[in-house]
Write a protein that binds this ligand. Sequence first.
Ligand SMILES: [Zn+2]
Length: 274
Amino acid sequence: MLRFISYLIFLLIFSANIYAQKTPTTREMNLINWMEFDEFVPEKIETVLLPTGTLEPHGVIPNGSDNLAPEAMAKALAEDLNAMIAPTLNYGMTGSLAAYPGAFAMSEDTYRAFVGEILKGLHKNKFKNIIILNGHGGGQTAVLQSLAAELSNRLKVRIMVINWWSLASEDTFTVFQENGGHAGNNETAYMQAVTPEHIHPERYSGPEMTTAYPSGSSWAAYPFPSSIGLYEPGQGHPVFDQEQAEEYFSKVNDRVGSLIKEVIKKWDMAKLYR
Ligand SMILES: [Zn+2]
């Protein structure tokens, strides 16, 4: 009998152990300890999500929207993708909005060197798939993409850069029946789903707070005269509907998640950098 009971206890402990090892106690690199990290990466977890953004004005939504959006996206997707989440890179290459209060801008050289070190660090920590969830466009996208190309070749690691607002353009048309904008309907909705308490429709005075981006090389103004920049004239003004915001949030996340899965599956099929 005693032997039977000790066998039962052994079974219980053993199965609890197996269960504990299936998923980590946290997906965040900031929160996990080094011993647990070692148990999971790279044996059980090969993918890391790296949110990148910047601090710049965004109409009536947070200055840190370019950081908070991809960070929320990473949290929404990590479990399904079996990925870890690297700490967000909150400072970036703010361009024509750098003059606005609370904005920060890093120079291209500094940013390139900084992100390069982060990517090398993620590779050193044995991740096979580095997925950059980028929240800020302009020159930053070009730097991230050229770094991805260069370091993937050099380090023999898979790197992907996703500009969510661009990838989700179809979802913007589906949900709003029109095109979006910087801090426009699309970004405002995504952020309203993430942090409704920091969205301030009472400060939105209407279309005069927006400017459509110039077509081609027709004009340029520095600083850009509005923090809400429309992709097309007359379209993309922010709306503040919570239900629509949540619908958009989940549509965008589904699209980003599917693309990541597809690309990783194809990298695996081709046996690249195994
Ligand atoms: Zn933004």
